[in-house]
Design a protein around this ligand. Sequence first.
Ligand code: NCD
Ligand code: ZN
Length: 435
Amino acid sequence: MKMLLTGARVIDPGQKIDAIMDVMLADGKICQTGVDLLKSVKSKDSAKTKVIDLSGMVLTPGLIDMHTHLREPGQEYKETVASGAKAAVAGGFTSIACMPNTDPINDNRSITEFIKRKALEADMANVYPIGAISKDSAGIKLAEFWDMKEAGAIAFSDDGKPVMDAALMRHAMEYAWSLSLPVISHCEDTNLSAGGQMNEGYYSTILGLRGIPVIAEEAMIARDILIAEFTKTSVHIAHVSTEGSVRLIRAAKKRGLKITAETAPHYFTLTDEALQTYNTSLKVNPPLRSAADIAAINEGLADGTLDAIVTDHAPHARTDKELEFEYAANGISGLETSLGLSLRLVREGVLTLPELIAKMSLNPARILNLPKGNLETGADADITVIDLQLPWTVDVHTFYSKGKNSPFQGWEMQGKAILTIVGGEIKYADPRLNL
Ligand code: NCD
Ligand code: ZN
């Protein structure tokens, strides 16, 4: 079955395309892009081609979230591979990379294979498992990198926890480099962050909650940059939240080091001021920071210091969140609000739309070495169609994710993914499209 998507504004940052065009899909691949493709269809095999009019819409390479937490195996009440993959396509993501902090930790071949199998059964978004850096993410011994790579792991991370032992991190970067896979570092010095509940500053003082200083993140980023430079390898910095972090990464890139970095929508949307409600849906690690940090993150996004926007989708159950602030779990359910929040950056003039799309598709694909994130002829037919104008209200009860933990409940949004195609098949279509 062929599919012809007509009349959309096609944005493909990899080919520097931003124009009204038609896109033809066949056998799970992009087989042609151009103008007036409808004519050729009419003359030939119109009955065999599904034509979808997308006038007024934006068509992009399928969005890629390189930092998602699925909770299977072990915490299926929070999220399964299937529920997370469904939430992904509803949020416009055709591919997600899932962190290894499941229970047990994804630190070996059999769990990597298990996640891949569950993803195949779910048949929604592509799911790429990230293997643990250390056994049980305990920070003591390296996990079986080669074995996990063989089983399908596309990167290594102990995300959720930092690798406190610098020698272990050095070996992780060297070994991963020899396998041509990236290390993704959750940067947090736990001696500095211990017991912290929120950003250390004015609001932590008046709220009486123990603070997490910005240097807990920045000291570890500085260390990882030094290790990457010394070992002549690379590192990808996860969920950047502070001004100092942006400055460190910018300087490292300027010196030609192979450092890449990401941030998440909550870090450019909310500050620690919001915590005055003690709403535990605002509790996340790293914590929400200050207005100055948001300004620096916006600058980092605009000048390319921050390569990718990720969800850090961290679904939790009510029983994990409806607790005293101190006991509540860290994390925000992000797959279904990420695009809506990120589109605000375009309206605010922080990024152009093609720049935003690059940070949510092409750049993550490049960092993870995935053959994705572009609309070239012959590429996988992974496509996201966005209605930039569509107004909608966040309602966690309509999330496909089991994680209803969102501080954006009730927020008015503008712009949404209305059609998500994975491998040439429609995996999500907004009812308003009447497909
Ligand atoms: C993540 C989780 O719940 O797994 N939580 C979070 O607040 N970000 C862990 C992590 O990414 O550090
Ligand atoms: Zn993390």
